[in-house]
Design a protein around this ligand. Structure first.
Ligand code: PHE
Length: 319
């Protein structure tokens, strides 16, 4: 019986199983207990011997059970410790932080460049009256930009501004020259393809002072292009037409072995000065306008302007 019990106990691995074995041998109906019960059926002279033997058996089984119990407790504790164990020398998990949108970064970079050249930032409403958006800017009724096909009209009195030039008008109406301002902001046009968005971001510059010439214009544009894209960047002006500037230019920037057409510019038309109450005999102005999306595309080699607004993290994570 002892050998049998020893083997069974050795096989046990949980305290529950161990308890089953204890009941089997030492319980009320257990093997050892029923041996003890046989005592009364034995002749009196054999009883002391029998009793001692059964007691020794019982003690030995109890001792083995206790031993096993201690072993199981130790194993269970080890297991628990293994589960709870943390290695303080392990590197932490990296948390990914969000960052500014590439357009915001480019806009801030442009703002920094112009602020460092003495310009200040002004903003204006995105819902405009045609007078500020067109008439004050010497853009007559017949001009195609005023057409319903090109502009978003909200009703007869208001439209979504098609450029940030009306901000220049509002600023000149409220401030006396000289002034140097840039006006970043959203503008709206009926256009949508790989190089046009119906809503995009412009930044226009205006510098009004005595004796401002095209040389100043070229200087500002070259300085801006070099700071944004590097020392080797070149700038060229080509004659063009805008109603609010005379002369007017398309401005190309040479970058990565290519010319990019990214700006419109010119000298403020005398009619614009008259419209805001500046004396065109005393004041000269230079103005330029750029699309921030276009600038970002040139600088970062982005092919499709729509990628900038798709909000695909796989794209946005690149910058
Ligand atoms: N306002 C013009 C546009 O939106 C850009 C421009 C600004 C051109 C200033 C010349 C001078 O196209």
């Amino acid at each position: 019986i002892l050998e049998e019990a020893r083997e069974e106990i050795a096989k046990v691995s949980t305290s529950r199983e161990l308890n089953d074995v204890r009941v089997k041998y030492l319980g009320k109906a257990g093997t050892v207990t029923s041996l003890m019960k046989r005592l009364k059926d034995l002749p009196p002279e054999e009883r002391p011997n029998w009793g001692r033997m059964v007691n020794e058996l019982k003690d030995e089984i109890e001792r083995i059970l206790e031993e096993k119990k201690a072993e199981i407790a130790r194993l269970e504790k080890e297991e628990l410790n293994r589960k709870l164990w943390a290695d303080p020398t392990m590197p932490g998990t990296r948390r990914s932080l969000g960052h500014l949108h590439i357009l915001t970064k480019v806009q801030e970079e442009l703002e920094d460049i112009f602020i460092s050249m003495g310009f200040s930032i002004v903003e204006g409403p995105e819902i405009e009256e045609p007078w500020y958006n067109f008439d004050a800017l010497n853009t007559p009724e017949w001009h195609p930009a005023r057409d319903l096909h090109d502009s978003f009209y909200i009703n007869e009195k208001y439209l979504l501004r098609t450029h940030t030039s009306p901000v220049q008008i509002r600023t000149m109406l409220s401030r006396k020259p000289p002034l140097a301002i840039i006006s970043p902001g959203r503008v709206y046009r009926r256009d949508y393809d790989a190089t046009h968005l119906p809503m995009f971001t412009q930044m226009e510059g205006l510098y009004v002072d005595h004796d401002v010439t095209v040389r100043h214009l070229k200087y500002f544009l070259e300085e801006f292009a070099r700071r944004l894209l590097g020392e080797n960047t070149k700038v060229r002006l080509r004659p063009s037409y805008f109603p609010f500037t005379e002369p007017s230019f398309e401005v190309d920037i040479y970058f990565n072995n290519r010319w990019f057409e990214v700006l419109g510019a010119g000298m403020v038309h005398p009619n614009v000065f008259k419209n805001v109450g500046y004396d065109p005999e005393r004041w000269r102005g230079l103005a330029f306008g750029l699309g921030i999306e276009r600038i970002a595309m040139v600088k970062y080699g982005i092919k499709d302007i729509r990628d900038l607004i798709r909000n695909d993290v796989r794209f946005l994570e690149n910058w």
